[in-house]
Design a protein around this ligand. Sequence first.
Ligand code: B3K
Ligand code: ZN
Length: 859
Amino acid sequence: PKTIYLKDYTPAPYLAKQVNLSFNLLPGKTIVTSEVRYVKNPVGVSSDLVLDGEEQTIVSVAKNGVPLSDYTVADGQMTIASPGDEFTLTIVSEINPEANTALEGLYQSQGTYCTQCEAEGFRRITYYQDRPDVLSVFTVRIEADAKAYPVMLSNGNLQEEGGLPDGRHYRVWHDPFPKPCYLFALVAGDLVRVADTFTTMTGRNVDLHIYVRAGDEGQCSHAMESLKKSMKWDEEVYGREYQLDLFNIVAVSDFNMGAMENTSLNVFNTALVLAHQETATDSDFMSVEGVIGHEYFHNWTGNRVTCRDWFQLSLKEGFTVFRDQEFSADLNSRAVQRIDDVNGLRRLQFPEDGSPLAHSVQPDQFIEISNFYTKTIYDKGAELIRMQHTLLGPQTFRKATDLYFDRFDGQAVTCDDFVQCMAEASGRDMTQFFRWYKQAGTPTLVASSHYDAAQQRYTLSFKQSQPETPGQTDKQPLHIPIAVGLLAADGREIVPTQVLEMTAREQSFTFDGIAAKPVPSILRGFSAPVKLETDLSDDDLRLLQVHDTDGFNKWEAGQTLALRTIQRVMADPQADISQFIADVGTLIAQGLSGQGDKALLARALSLPMIGVIGQYQPVIDPAAIDAARSSILTQIKRAHKDALAALYEANANPGEFTITPQAMGRRTLQAAVLEILTTTNGTGCAARAKAHYDAADNMTDRVTALSCLSDSTQPQRAEVFADFYTRFEKYPLVVDKWFSLQAIANREQIFDDLASLRAHPDFNIKNPNRVRSLYSAFAINNPVKFHDPSGKGYAFLRDAIIELNSINPQIAARLVTPLREWKRYTPALQAQMKAALQAVLDTPNLSGDVFEVVSKSLN
Ligand code: B3K
Ligand code: ZN
């Protein structure tokens, strides 16, 4: 495998002025004809035309209509030496979508043809300069059997359609906006359509179509509403209007990722389109809204303005994640959204940033770009945009994004170009800020304080440090926005939020006119992606937990107290934690009084997850963390059993299902309470959980009940899981949940369970959702059993990686994720994790995808 470097970037030798593609979809083979008008790029450095192409048989090549044999094909590239300044190249090739299990390029999902071209899938369709900086106008003709494939779609507008002999038909689509080939899409199948319209801010009508399999059309309304809300939000918040007359979404069951933003033809995993109260949880509803938004927002951040090369991936992904997070925050609860986003960052991105796979948001090198669709590129990337938003303020930030869109519409640009717009619009020097894009690793920020009573002066001092990461040892200080507020001892806010800008390794900030020693609320809203260490006392944290005006920090204070408590219990299982238990009682009492936001209370009542706690341990021992965590939960239950039961009753299902933030808050609060009430897994716990299941009129409540029963040894467990399967076996997305809820069980028989799930007739290694529902659910959400000292958990994952390596390399490489952080675990676990990685590395015919992540993990 070959490493590609950012520093080696050179402009494409040829520009593609126009692309005409023709697809003849036949059983067993698809014939692709591509006719491209090339012109020499005035800024190109080579005169050879080099086209990428894989997994296809060349039938013929012609230049200006004359057959051409003067070309070479080697290592996935066709080279035509000095073909001239302007010419038309026609290439006919044959591909086999039915046999494509990698789900990249053109493939079939349950008989529907669909495409996935980002990042480098287009080269599996035809020979082309498969790079994002080659933009062209595409015209696409599709021909297929009319009965089997009544729906045939591509990007842009329908230009022509008609019947053909032998029961075949064709359609021609034309997209007037130049685009890179990774945004090309084609769909052909027997699908049903749900239609609606949207009127844009300038009064244009856009047809909105969602295509799904027959029978699923009743589960599309939430996606459709989310799409309309997205279109409106982008107009209101960013002034961005949709440019075409049609916007299509197609849902397919076999998809490597969540969804894909192909211009005017988004292709989605069914999991992120279909949502109905009977089959989807509240968090599914939230994900559908967020991802529909995300893909729609790409229309401007990614499609209209795209990436120069794949090192710039975060230009579109970080920005678009920031946009979808803000969209969800505006539509729902801002504090809840922020808490969930930060929790995700800590649980999944922080470990990546501390692993041998740590990389910067604008990486310098990669082997396989598919491996760089990471939490760092997406979620840390979004934090980088958020910090710029914080530093500039909303108005100036909007000025900067206006400038960005005006300047770069129709172009392929870099992260540097984006930050330059921030600098120009604000008059700020963003040079130091740009280090955030280049330095990997999560910085640590240590805060300390001093109060000078005589001077009535309060001083906050900070020290920042950056960990060493692979290939990066000499790190420079970052420009860190630290949002701070000050509270008085009685809980009043005496200094409202202000953003301190830290630029040196060590820096102090003073506040004058402070009459008494205050309590600082530091890093409000999690204003920078750092690990914060403070000298706050437990009492200070308790004050913030009750009085902070910042919803995020209010929750954060409670989590820090919980973390400290867990650490105390880990050090001494008999430690006195009565104060903490009493504090939880206060929260429960607050809930009983009916005050406060239920969703926030639910999060306040939830102890940090094992994965988050691990981030604060020098050496991770999941079983030890779990033991401490369980002991605390048991003490909470024993101390507050009646109050918890009352809180559970007070939040019982009123019998009318809605998905408002209030209704979701009620359900999530009830779930958090039930989790504590059933933590000891006795007979009463099982009865409670079963009653919850029996009373459920929606999927959220059912999943809550199942997850409370999953560790149980009581007979209700089997009863409820069996009922669930029988009820929903016709719904693949629900069967996925059935797999996951068993895979996450922390119980003795888990390895037998996993083996039967793997052997279950509904398990299908070729379907990524099903693979994730078993393997990722187990490896990520069952930390105790995944890290079982026997090594059986690692072996289970290892075997799947090896099996998938030849079927679907992208999914195989993804599965390696939980093993990457092996160096952070106890020596005994480390050795086993390392052995599993080594066994994968020793497998013959390893794909580039798996080779890259495994070999780098072992470094
Ligand atoms: N841009 C796509 C991701 C494609 C991944 C290819 N391996 C989805 C998204 O981020 O919106
Ligand atoms: Zn994206």
